[in-house]
Design a protein around this ligand. Structure first.
Ligand code: PGA
Length: 254
């Protein structure tokens, strides 16, 4: 009997090679489906992916005019034009390098009424026909989007309090001062993420090795939100060697 293992894990010698391969997959997806709906992530990890995607776009003259994007999360209280907002991060790293239309870029607005904004976002994703490919990073604490570990998780887009380690890891956007990182955010929920037709999670470096081990080998627990990706039938976990260091070889698994 053959068991399909989910998630599928692919390990690259370094993060740049991983970015080149994932960028090629996304470029192929845009080419074969010009109306692709992409879910996007911020953070240090996807920066190389966006660089490679911008490069592939120029090299292949890819047309993004019908592509729609939805980002995972945004800081509560920051307007879209704030230099530390995730919206500006995406402008800088991807959107200004491709011919995406502003009206096809979907973002949670940190200054909107939170409950109303979360409802609006869920409706917008549904109206777009759902997300075809969702890109994810992972926090060292196992969060995806801003679904932080705890006794419970939220299924839908919601307002969330950020954990101290998450604020520290975002300090770079706020001149190195973790106290300046907003204490709250808006984030897609677990079901919002799990409803994407396929998911690509990227992780690099030894600081991610432990949460990747728990993501891949389980058990499912709200204390490690990424472990719920095991419930999805089409997840790729793309790692450099350092992030893969604690994974058991496939042959050792039951
Ligand atoms: P990082 O963040 O890419 O900066 O490590 C990932 C995340 O917190 O989701």
């Amino acid at each position: 009997m053959t068991f399909v293992r989910s998630p599928r894990v692919t390990v690259f010698p370094d993060s740049r090679r991983a970015a080149v391969v994932v960028a090629a997959r996304l470029a192929n997806a845009v080419q074969s489906n010009p109306a692709l709906v992409l879910g996007l992530a911020t953070g240090r990890t996807p920066v190389a992916l966006y660089e490679e995607l911008a490069r592939a776009t120029a090299a292949r003259r890819l047309d993004w005019s019908r592509v729609t994007t939805f980002n995972l999360d945004e800081f509560l209280g920051l307007p879209p034009e704030h230099p530390a907002s995730y919206r500006q991060f995406m402008e800088q790293h991807l959107f200004r390098h491709v011919n995406i239309r502003a009206e096809n870029v979907n973002f949670l607005v940190g200054t909107a009424d939170p409950a109303e904004e979360c409802r609006r976002y869920e409706q917008a994703i549904a109206a777009a026909g759902g997300i075809d490919i969702q890109i994810l990073g992972i926090g060292t604490n196992g969060h995806i989007g801003f679904n932080e570990p705890g006794p419970a998780l939220q299924s839908r887009t919601h307002r969330v309090s950020l954990r101290p380690e998450t604020r520290r890891s975002n300090a770079e956007l706020f001149a190195g001062d973790a106290d300046k990182v907003p204490a709250e955010a808006l984030s897609m929920g677990m079901a919002t993420i799990l409803q994407a037709r396929s998911v690509i999670l990227l992780a690099n470096g030894e600081s991610k090795a432990e949460c990747i081990e728990r993501t891949v080998h389980g058990p499912l627990t709200t204390q490690l939100p990424a472990s719920f990706l095991q419930l999805h039938h089409d997840v790729d976990v793309i790692l450099d060697e350092a992030a893969a260091a604690r994974l058991q070889p496939l042959s050792a698994l039951p």
